[in-house]
Design a protein around this ligand. Sequence first.
Ligand code: VGL
Ligand code: ZN
Length: 234
Amino acid sequence: MKAALIVVDMQEDFCPPNGALAVQGARDLAPTINSLLANPGFAVRVASQDYHPPDHISFATNHPAPNNRPFECSITMANPAPGREAETKQQTLWPAHCIQQTPGADIIPEIDVAKIDLFVTKGTHPHVEMYSAFADAFGNQDPAVVSVNEHLQSSLTDRGVTDVFVVGVAGDYCVKHTALDAAKAGFRSHVVQDATECVVPGSGWEETIRELASAGVLIVRSDGPEIASLSGLA
Ligand code: VGL
Ligand code: ZN
């Protein structure tokens, strides 16, 4: 067994007090995430960053009123892969957030970024949503299509990784989709439940747990046996 820790989107815009899309309690996750980063049992430590251009399709402000209310309205998005443009999906609109090279896109200073081996900047293609650090909303992984900076699946398999532990925000969006894609890619996939917070606390997490469980993703705790046993791998 070889384990990777994926710290998802611990960025200013997802954190109180000033984040454009703040997730309640997100900043308070830092001590738990830092203790996981310090666990010598992880062979690879990854941090993802939502990293949108100003004209990103998910931003409410990039669509005309009245059907552009963030959190409520959605728009139709087409697959950016050549020849697949007919494939479409509904996309929820968000307040503008994590714009490239702005302070909102920074990883919060409370996170020990010196321990990170690999940074994945995602959501960089203006015309497609990318919650997962592995793939866009249509499952495209090719950096040439998605304009992501890393092909995360091959970066992890090249390092011999078998198990992935996902933490960070948001539990009901980017953490969920990263954990689901990790399972789909053939990794044993875990979400550390006391190291994540949701956009919709309570019901959002309940629904997420069901989706993760039915996809074979394991829900663990930072003080549980799965994490404790990693230290033995060092
Ligand atoms: C996220 C909504 C929009 C996330 C990113 O990190 O969970 N949520 N973009
Ligand atoms: Zn985003």
